[in-house]
Design a protein around this ligand. Sequence first.
Ligand SMILES: [Fe+2]
Length: 181
Amino acid sequence: MSPRRRRHALPLAQLVEQATCVAEQVRAELHSVHADPDERWHVRLHHDADVDVWLISWTEEQGTQLHGHGGSSGAFTVVAGELDELVWDPAARELEESTRTRGDVVAFGPGYVHDVRNTREATAVSVHVYSPPLERMDFFDVERGSDGADQLVRLAHVWSDDPEIAAPESVRGPAAGRVAS
Ligand SMILES: [Fe+2]
């Protein structure tokens, strides 16, 4: 039996380049994009031993809940529309909100915890790259610690290669003050 291949992340610069390149392909209409107001639409465009590439559309008020990506690093970029992103800052122990607009690229390591949502009427489209390919999704909430400061609490994890997998029903719902779809 051959030893299991060691999983490692490609350099973040390479993930950014790949996300940007695929976003250009989407803008050139080389990939079809759908929008489904009932369930966030997503499709995997590429998979190999090192990387997964997903194309996702977000209709108004579609979003995730606070989550991490297991041991994977990644990058995402906005192809069209705008997305609001909450990111857990472990040093400040708070969530920081940013608006990601067309062409913005965010790269992150394996400890990254965020929540992404489209709050606008126009459908948003984004490309997401994960390396090594996703194996697990972690779901979090922010709670006030005994020292009075906020802390990140892991609610659940799901073994999955799907970045859009829902959290277990028992922990689904309001997260970080926002209602998950
Ligand atoms: Fe994510």
